[in-house]
Every structure is written in structure tokens, then in C-alpha cells.
Design a protein around this ligand. Structure first.
Ligand code: ADP
Ligand code: MG
Length: 349
């Protein structure tokens, strides 16, 4: 099975300003990562940091401005529409809002069956049988097949979305906040389902969420985005327990501790997230970072290795000039309350 490799991905949206001017909104700027079969990479960051745009580019729903989306040796960005079709099914996406992916005029059964026909896998009774099998695998009952989306609960709709993605027999699934709109108990069941499906099918997940407890529970590695860039990437333990980027430190300091007696020192970020329109070349956190110096405003950023598998885009941290906090992180916390992000100046919703 091939790996998925994202190389220097850029997505800019042109923005009209006045009569003549256009400026560029940098939704994603120079993002690289890879994802192995069976692995989960968590993608976290404040609202507007570019997570969904990465997900849409990875699945080629949005053409990248530049950069490469490599599935094994094949660069998906160089393919024509017809060449892309058979490969598209290998990388599926499930959205936060099932209304984005479920057709309100199709029954759940039709929605899940369709990819079997479109991909030439099966038709007629055989497609029906495969659909029924998927319904069972995602914990839906046979009678749900005849229902329309509005006749299903949020959790059931999301199971239909997952079943539809699985019908293409993908190697990778982008999960863009798949449980964020659901009650905590429903959310926990879906997370267990995703874990089981991954183990059964060796699926690679790009798991996008602002819920750090869930990301920590599901992910092997975590990438942290800020204003269109990855500022830190490493194993879940490295990023959650010994974060090296001041932005990650602020995020992680807000995750509820597994031990209620242990009080975490909160790391606060001042000010608002700056505009993504024509952002500077240097570190984008400088306006909010308590550790920023003039040097941070004069050097282009790069994601540098601080220990094996762990990279950070902070010149001061790489030189060991910023104290590294030690957070205890229990990866079994799924029911933890949502983090109290507003109190440390983050906008995660
Ligand atoms: P996230 O998922 O992390 O909340 P998004 O990827 O949705 O962030 O958005 C990143 C940035 O790109 C935001 O500033 C958003 O307003 C902008 N953006 C997203 N889609 C478009 C679009 N189609 N046109 C213009 N700007 C967009
Ligand atoms: Mg999003």
C-alpha cells in the first residue's frame, strides 16, 4: 500500500480589493507532511488556520495553487480529470456537517450504494449486498437504508457518511471535524467505530479537529497549524507532553489534565490572530508570542528538527532559548470537557 505525501502545499485565494487591486489570502502556505497506511495524523489549530483547506487539497476537491500531493509515486496535482478519477477513491473525506456530503434527496442506502456502481465494483443485487454489509460494519440497522438524511440522527448521518467513504475502498480518509457537531456520548461511540475500522482495514487517517483530547486519543502523530503553516509536528507524546513551539505550548496548556490535582500553568497568547491576507515572510506568531524578539521579525521561518521525528518552526526554541514545559497527557481521555480556550486567547470554535 502506498503512502500519502504532501509536499510544499500552497493554497492562495485571490481577494478583490477596491476597483483594481487583488490581494492574496494565504489559506495554506508551504505545508509538507506524510501519512503512512494505518497511521493517524492529527491536524490541530485555531479556526481559520487552514486545516479544512489542507483536507480539501489532499483529496483534490480544491486544486492546490502549488505543491504536490503524492500517492505513492503518482503526483495527483499533475493528472487530468479522467486520470484522477480512479485514484480519487483512494483518498476519501468525511465532513463535520453531514449535509455537506449527504444528498437530501437520496436514501441512506442509495448514498452508500452509489460508489460501488460509479467505481464499477458491483451493480444490482451484489451492490445491495455490499451496501448492507457496510451498514452493519458502521453500526447501522438494515431499516436505516430506506431513510432520508433528515430522518436520521446526527450520529447516524455521520455513520452513513463514513459508510459512503468506505464504499470506495479507500486507503486514506480525511476526517474533518467528524464528531464536532455531536453530543459527547455519540462522539465517543463514533471515535471507537473509527478506531475499529482503521484496525480492520489498515486505513490512514488525517484527523482534523480542534478537540485536543480526541486528537490525542486517536493520533500517532500531531501537526499544529497556525495561519496556514505547520508550526510543529511530532509524535503525539512529543507534541502534547513536551511542546517546543510557543503556540503549541499555549494550546496544550489548555488541555484538561488527567489528574485534577495537577494544575497546569496556562501559557497565554495576547491579541488577535492576524489577517491571512498577504502575511509576512517571518514567523506569523510574533504579534502574540511572549518570547518574540527583533530577530523573529527579520528571519524567514523554517521547520527544523529538534529531536528525531519532531520539528518546530521557532528559531529561539530550536536554539534552546525557550523553557520546555512538561505536560502530563493521558491518551485515554476522550470524555474530557472541551478545553477552555477562550481564557488563554485562542479561538478554536
Ligand atoms: P480551518 O478549517 O482551520 O478553520 P479553513 O481552511 O477553512 O480553516 O480556512 C483557512 C483560511 O482560508 C480562512 O482565512 C478562510 O477564511 C479562508 N478560505 C477558506 N476557503 C476559502 C475560499 N473558498 N475563498 C476565500 N477564502 C477562503
Ligand atoms: Mg475547518
Amino acid at each position: 500500500m502506498s503512502s500519502l505525501r504532501i509536499d510544499r502545499l500552497v493554497k492562495h485565494y485571490p481577494i478583490r480589493t477596491g476597483f483594481f487591486g487583488t490581494r492574496s489570502l494565504h489559506a495554506v502556505d508551504d505545508v509538507s507532511f506524510d501519512l503512512a497506511p494505518g497511521e493517524t495524523l492529527g491536524l490541530v489549530g485555531e479556526s481559520g488556520s487552514g486545516k479544512s483547506t489542507v483536507g480539501k487539497c489532499v483529496t483534490m476537491l480544491e486544486p492546490p495553487t502549488s505543491g504536490h500531493v503524492m500517492l505513492g509515486d503518482v503526483d495527483l496535482t499533475t493528472l487530468s480529470y479522467n486520470q484522477l478519477r480512479p485514484l480519487r477513491k483512494k483518498v476519501q473525506i468525511v465532513f463535520q456537517d453531514p449535509n455537506d456530503s449527504l444528498n437530501p434527496r437520496k436514501t441512506a442506502g442509495e448514498t452508500v450504494l452509489e460508489p460501488f456502481v460509479l467505481n464499477g465494483v458491483a451493480t444490482g443485487a451484489e451492490a445491495q449486498r455490499l451496501t448492507a454489509e457496510l451498514f452493519e460494519q458502521v453500526g447501522l440497522k438494515p431499516e436505516h437504508m430506506a431513510r432520508f438524511p433528515h430522518q436520521l440522527s446526527g450520529g447516524q448521518q455521520q455513520r452513513v457518511g463514513i459508510a459512503r467513504a468506505l464504499a470506495s475502498n479507500p486507503d486514506f480518509i480525511v476526517l474533518d471535524e467528524p464528531t464536532s457537531a455531536l453530543d459527547v456520548s455519540v462522539q465517543a461511540k463514533l471515535i471507537q467505530l473509527l478506531k475499529r475500522l482503521q484496525a480492520d482495514r489498515n486505513l490512514g487517517y488525517l484527523f482534523i479537529s480542534h478537540d485536543l483530547s480526541v486528537v490525542g486519543y486517536l493520533s500517532d502523530r500531531v501537526a499544529v497549524m497556525y495561519l496556514g503553516q505547520i508550526v510543529e509536528i511530532g509524535s503525539t507524546r512529543q507534541v502534547f507532553e513536551r511542546p517546543r513551539h510557543p503556540y503549541t505550548m499555549a494550546l496544550m496548556s489548555a488541555v484538561p489534565s488527567a489528574n485534577p490535582l495537577e494544575r497546569r500553568e496556562r501559557i497565554h497568547l495576547a491579541g488577535e490572530i492576524p489577517s491571512p491576507i498577504d502575511p509576512p515572510n517571518h514567523c506569523r506568531l510574533v504579534s502574540r508570542c511572549p518570547f518574540a524578539t527583533d530577530e523573529c521579525r527579520s528571519r524567514p521561518i523554517s521547520l527544523d528538527v529538534v529531536e528525531p521525528g519532531h520539528r518546530v518552526a521557532c528559531i529561539r526554541s530550536v536554539r534552546g532559548e525557550i523553557p520546555v514545559p512538561e505536560f502530563l497527557f493521558a491518551s485515554s481521555v476522550v470524555h474530557a470537557p472541551r478545553l477552555d480556550a477562550a481564557s488563554i486567547g485562542l479561538d478554536l470554535e
